[in-house]
Design a protein around this ligand. Structure first.
Ligand SMILES: *[C@@H]1O[C@H](CO)[C@@H](O)[C@H](O)[C@H]1NC(C)=O
Ligand SMILES: *[C@@H]1O[C@H](CO)[C@@H](O)[C@H](O)[C@H]1NC(C)=O
Ligand SMILES: *[C@@H]1O[C@H](CO)[C@@H](O)[C@H](O)[C@H]1NC(C)=O
Ligand SMILES: *[C@@H]1O[C@H](CO)[C@@H](O)[C@H](O)[C@H]1NC(C)=O
Length: 456
């Protein structure tokens, strides 16, 4: 999810003005550096869905996510249809679990490498979406404090103002919007965060004085049983930035499974030192976005090989342009990979040419819009290799990171987990399964290491 710009600015300023006058009660005030481990669970884990349902939901979410990411970008026409959101399909994939306050109150937040503010729904709720956990209650936390509006954390937000009256004098009132017009507004506060693994709800690392949004007015597409969003982007407010870690990582377990996925804020230095020389660790530079408003993690993708054929896609197809359009991002909130239309059609045609099976047209009977082949009963059909060539890194995707098998209208089909989209290339989390992805922020590098994520 990328923060939005300009067009909703006016609207937001009005909302802010109104909010800063609202009568809300609040309490009063926030360093870190230790490695922190937390767990993410897949959005659909534990819902008892079949593999087929899981994949259908993921496909729908990926399309919706791409639309959401694109809708915030200047060069794309205004009417990007958010489509599947309105059918109640959530667009997120992994929720991180931790707690805020003293004593700790649990939150479960979308792991979002595309935005920086961490926020959760707060009491008193002026407008909140449904959540199963109780709303965060500032008045029952002894370590809760209001962030002051003259501090950089507040002033650097796109939309913030100084609260008056019952907000508390000089409290930071914020509004934070996403490209699909989802929005959270409330008061910027600080409190202690307690990070504990899913199995170990009590104890774990406590970090005082972290800044987060206490969202009293939250509206948009929030339907994944989350209580808010955890920002992991490059922005100053993101959790990695606030925890002052030089790096973080995530390792997503299989999307159709239910095992928790480890998220590390501060990766042990020696984790891969013994394998670095053997080519197991593939590293590529993170590309600096042209404007500070773009906080996503951009990569330099150079090309794609299907089977033995390096496809004739010009490098410019994946490149970030000066006006901020195009580019390749790695995103924790997108399921399947999305490619620009021209690049996608070359990949599509290469698979059709190399897979020795009939194309299965399933669009009339299901929500699968990917390229699918009718598979013979029994064994998983052979498919060509798929290789992503980054500057300095070669990612040989394991089969299960780009193909999925389904039974559709009585047929077994095998499908390519890639969508054609607009000008933005997104490496989704389907492509990152059982891959330890390390974000080295100090050195602006991203590494991929094949891993058994449930054992990390
Ligand atoms: C929503 O979250 C709560 C709290 O973690 C959990 O108990 C519940 O099972 C979740 N519901 C769904 C549908 O995932
Ligand atoms: C990650 O960052 C921490 C400091 O935040 C540092 O001690 C550690 O060596 C780094 N790990 C890697 C793998 O670079
Ligand atoms: C499947 O769809 C393609 C175009 O997407 C079309 O050319 C082909 O004829 C269709 N095949 C069947 C069996 O409907
Ligand atoms: C689909 O595959 C499963 C498992 O390999 C097999 O049991 C089933 O008979 C197949 N269905 C069809 C229609 O071929």
């Amino acid at each position: 999810m990328l923060p939005v710009s300009k067009q909703v600015k006016m609207k937001l300023e009005k909302v802010l003005l109104l909010l800063s006058l609202l009568a809300l009660t609040s309490v009063s005030h926030c360093d870190a550096g230790e490695a922190v481990r937390l767990h993410a669970t897949h959005t659909d884990a534990g819902r008892g869905l079949s593999k087929r349902e899981l994949l259908h939901r993921m496909a729908a979410r990926s399309r919706a996510r791409a639309a959401r990411l694109l809708s915030g970008r200047g060069a794309v026409s205004a009417g990007v249809d958010p489509g599947p959101y309105t059918n109640g399909v959530p667009d997120t994939e992994y929720l991180v679990h931790f707690a805020i306050g003293t004593p700790p109150q649990p939150v479960q937040l979308i792991l979002d490498t595309g935005s920086d503010l961490t926020w959760t729904q707060c009491r008193p709720c002026v407008a909140c979406f449904d959540q199963t956990l109780p709303h965060f209650d500032p008045s029952s936390s002894s370590t809760f404090a209001v962030q002051r509006c003259d501090l950089p954390m507040c002033r650097n937000l796109d939309w913030s103002s100084c609260g008056k009256q019952s907000w508390g004098n000089r409290a930071c009132v914020y509004a934070y919007a996403y490209a699909d017009n989802s929005i959270t507004t409330g008061q910027l506060d600080t409190d202690t965060f307690t990070f504990a693994s899913a199995e170990d709800a009590i104890g774990g690392a406590s970090v005082p004085d972290l800044t987060f949004g206490c969202g009293n007015f939250n509206n948009g597409i929030f339907k994944s049983n989350e209580t808010g969003i955890a920002g992991f982007s490059r922005g100053a407010l993101s959790l990695p930035a606030q925890l002052k870690v030089d790096n973080f990582s995530h390792c997503f377990t299989a999307i159709t499974g239910s095992e928790p996925s480890p998220v590390l804020l501060g990766v042990p230095a020696n984790l891969y030192s013994h394998t670095a020389a053997s080519g197991v660790v593939q590293s590529t530079a993170l590309v600096r976005p042209p404007s500070s408003g773009q906080n996503a993690y951009y990569l330099s993708l150079k090309g794609i090989t299907v089977g033995k054929t390096r496809l004739p896609i010009p490098k410019s197809a994946f490149a970030l342009k000066q006006d901020g359009t195009g580019g390749t991002i790695i995103d924790s909130g997108t399921g399947m990979m999305t490619l620009p239309t021209a690049a996608y059609s070359l990949v599509h045609d290469a698979f059709i040419a190399q897979v020795k099976l009939p194309v299965h047209n399933s669009t009339s009977s299901s929500s699968v819009s990917q390229l699918c082949f009718s598979a013979p009963p029994g064994a998983k059909p052979e498919v060509p290799a798929l290789v992503l060539h980054f500057k300095g890194a070669t990612l040989n995707l394991p089969r299960e990171n780009y193909m999925f098998e389904l039974e559709e209208a009585g047929d077994n089909i095998t499908c390519l987990a890639i969508n054609g989209g607009d000008d933005l290339t997104i490496i989704g989390n389907f492509q990152q399964q059982n891959m330890h992805v390390l974000y080295d922020l100090a050195n602006n590098m991203l590494s991929f290491v094949p891993a058994q994520c449930n054992r990390l």
